[in-house]
Design a protein around this ligand. Structure first.
Ligand code: GCW
Length: 701
């Protein structure tokens, strides 16, 4: 753990800063309330992690080291209990043993006539999670008197997907290079791996796919398995399982076979032996993540087989070891479909019920690709006999890389809270994914935004998206504001005049980005390949659905993608009554308007504005709101450390410039179709459209 003062505020410590509790009265109380500690838990590696964390944290937060005693005695203040204890009432023991495998209880009781805090769990992992929760209470300055918390995660596989390549580049990574130092592994364990595991455990993340879904099959070779095993050894002490992205053609590339046909017995045998080998190196290996038959990745369809054939073959070889397959539904083939948004559903829905119970279909939150705003993916709720887990993107591929402050909890929540109507009203995505189908595991994945940057995520506020993903994976019902407040207090300061305005800024930030990038349901109009900045004009890429013009379909009449019954009919993939309301302009939420409809420039929206005027106003509002964020940030100058204050200030200035760039380029471009003037009072962009079209960028991340 880095604790030197010189490094104190470079962001390395994330939300686990453990600086002295600002409120001195509370700090004094805490010292009394946890004056002596007992672990009635045994001393497994995970328990040791919990103890070490507690010790270090209390030293930092309270400048204090409680007595770690062996046996419970008089005056005991904090007791960690695994399974149950003679000292506790039967009711409390029961409560503890009724939590799930990873759950815990934190409760104040009376022991020998004085108050005592109990952190109880059925298993080691619950003790670890309970420890981090207790520390969070201190970090956010909550009173410990009369605490009564019972927690169990709502989802079982809470996993990060790293798109890290073996050459240490990170696909869609904006925070430096991969933190996995393949060259020095397995001999050298970078302390950073431990801090990575601590950070994940502190928010309940219990799995990591460490390599890119655009996979390199070398990761499965013996040399790399040794390296993987070294990482798995670090993760294990923090309750995290290691998973790998498996390349479907690995039997050919590294096994010397002529085929990777999943129904070929030699192929199956190869995978079987590979699985056995993996488990010899990593006894608690989690399983495979597979991107197949998508964007050039090989898959079962190369051999005329289905996704189910491919997934099941891998599932069968992992099954005896307890492993799972997360099979991605992000598919789009080389033939341009009439609507790319329909493709995943069309390919996967017919396979419902054909997957083994240790296969989970991993579905992106929306049907296109991690856009600033997308309606939820129609596969949620559509496959009733197959376990589905959502995939969110924490890294900001389409949301300003690591220079834009965009708090993504509101985006994640929009999907999780969406009503699919699959089992009638109230069938939210969160509900669907948390119900196990045929005894499958439930889960959720987030594409990591982590790299070698000293602050891990590039932007100090990008850390909040990693944090929020973990908290929502644990409990999708939590609200984005509470998570933001916790994160701000732990990461920066508990001062209300800091926390309050900055929470509001965070909560509005995603809508602001939507406004200056893709308002009213626009999507995928970013620059080609790198997805940096606006390029709605691009129309010359070989596949129709790689071109922004395919998505906005602006013409002299209006713009938007007609996905109604008279258009691509993508709405038919949703359940009624949602399907019917999306079929009509009047009943489609305006935030998704141009996703589902081609709307005339002069069509009046609910607020009475024409489409054209509203589009312009949103773009201008988005850019103006970033200027507002700069003001908010200026107002907290002096309330936090100057290092991070100035870092964020500079990044906001970049964001402000880029928001204006987005606004100007898009408004000028769409104006070539609408041929309408800007609404009164809106100043014309200072460059012409050609200027924006001519901008070229080399060496983008
Ligand atoms: O979001 C897109 C990205 C690709 C990515 C792909 C996927 C890993 O542009 O870089 O590849 O989706 O999710 O597979």
């Amino acid at each position: 753990m880095l604790t030197s003062a010189a490094n104190a505020d470079n962001g390395y410590r994330l939300w686990l800063r453990y600086d002295p509790v600002e409120n001195v009265t509370l700090a004094r109380q805490y010292r009394q309330q946890i004056a002596s500690v007992v672990f009635e838990t045994g001393n497994s590696p995970i328990i040791q992690s919990a103890r070490t964390e507690l010790k270090n944290a209390l030293q930092g937060l309270l400048n204090y080291s409680p007595a770690f005693v062996n046996a419970p005695g008089k005056g005991l203040r904090l007791i960690f209990v695994k399974g149950g204890s003679k000292q506790l009432t039967p009711a409390l023991n029961k409560l503890i043993n009724n939590t799930s495998n990873e759950g815990y209880v934190i409760k104040t009781i009376s022991l020998n006539n004085s108050p005592c805090l109990v952190v109880g769990a059925k298993n080691d992992k619950g003790i670890l999670y309970g420890t981090f929760h207790l520390l969070r209470l201190l970090q956010t300055q909550q009173t410990l008197a009369n605490i009564n918390i019972t927690e169990s995660p709502k989802l079982q596989v809470r996993i990060l997907n790293h798109w890290d390549n073996l050459d240490r580049t990170v696909e869609r990574g904006y925070a430096g290079f991969s933190i996995w130092n393949w060259h020095k592994l397995p001999g050298y364990i970078d302390p950073r791996y431990i801090d990575y595991a601590r950070a994940n455990a502190s928010i309940g993340i219990n799995g990591a796919v460490i390599n890119n879904v655009n996979a390199n099959s070398l990761i499965l070779t013996t040399d790399y398995l040794k390296k993987n095993a070294a990482l798995a050894g670090v993760f294990r002490r923090y309750g995290i399982k290691l998973y790998l992205s498996a390349k479907f053609s690995a039997p050919i590339e590294t096994g010397g076979l002529k085929t990777a046909d999943p129904l070929d017995p030699t192929v199956k045998q190869w995978w079987q032996q590979k699985a056995d080998e993996i488990y010899r190196h990593i006894p608690d290996f989690g399983g495979f993540l597979v991107k197949a038959n998508s964007e050039g990745q090989p898959g079962p369809q190369n051999y005329g087989r289905t996704h189910a054939d491919g997934a099941n073959m891998l599932a069968d070889v992992l099954k005896p070891h307890g492993g799972i397959v997360m099979w991605r539904a992000f598919v789009y083939d080389d033939k341009t479909p009439d609507d790319r948004a329909k493709q995943a559903y069309n390919e996967f829905k017919p396979l419902d019920g054909k997957f083994r119970s240790n296969v989970i279909i991993q579905v992106k939150n929306g049907a296109i690709d991690f856009q600033p705003r997308e309606p939820f993916h129609p596969l949620f709720g559509a496959m009733t006999k197959t376990q589905i887990m959502p995939e969110f993107q924490i890294t900001q591929e389409y949301l300003g890389f690591s220079t834009h402050l965009v708090y993504l909890a509101t985006l994640f929540k929009e999907c999780l809270d969406a009503d699919t109507y699959s089992q009638g009203h109230g069938s939210t995505v969160a509900k669907i994914i948390s119900i196990p189908v045929n005894n499958s595991l439930t889960g959720i994945a987030g594409v990591a935004n982590i790299g070698t940057d000293i602050n891990w995520c590039g932007h100090p506020f990008a850390q909040a998206n990693w944090y929020a993903f973990g908290r929502l994976a644990w409990n999708p019902d939590q609200n984005a504001a509470d998570i933001a407040r916790d994160w701000l207090k732990m990461t920066f300061s508990n001062q209300p005049d800091f926390v309050k305005p900055v929470t509001s800024m965070m909560l509005a930030s995603r809508e602001t980005a939507v406004n200056y990038m893709t308002p009213l349901g626009l999507h995928h109009i970013m620059g080609t390949h790198a997805h940096y900045g606006p390029a709605p004009w691009v129309n010359n890429l070989s596949r129709a659905d790689w071109n922004p013009v395919y998505y906005h379909k602006a013409d002299s009449a209006g713009m938007g993608f007609d996905r109604t019954a008279t258009g691509s009919n993508a709405i038919a993939q949703y359940y009624p009554p949602l399907r019917d309301s999306l079929n009509k302009v009047e009943t489609t939420p305006e935030k998704y308007l141009l996703w589902f409809h081609h709307v005339g420039w002069n069509t009046h929206l609910k607020n009475g504005e024409t489409l054209w005027n509203e589009v312009v106003k949103r773009y201008y509002k988005g850019a103006a709101d970033v200027a507002g964020m700069q003001k908010t940030w200026a107002s907290v100058n002096g309330k936090i450390d100057s290092t991070r204050y100035h870092e964020v200030k500079q990044l906001l200035a970049i964001q402000a410039e880029e928001a204006v760039w987005w606004r100007n380029a898009c408004v000028l471009y769409f104006q070539t179709f609408s041929k309408l003037p800007l609404p009164a009072g809106y100043t014309k962009p200072d460059h012409d459209l050609q200027y924006y079209k001519d901008l070229k960028f080399k060496y983008l991340p």
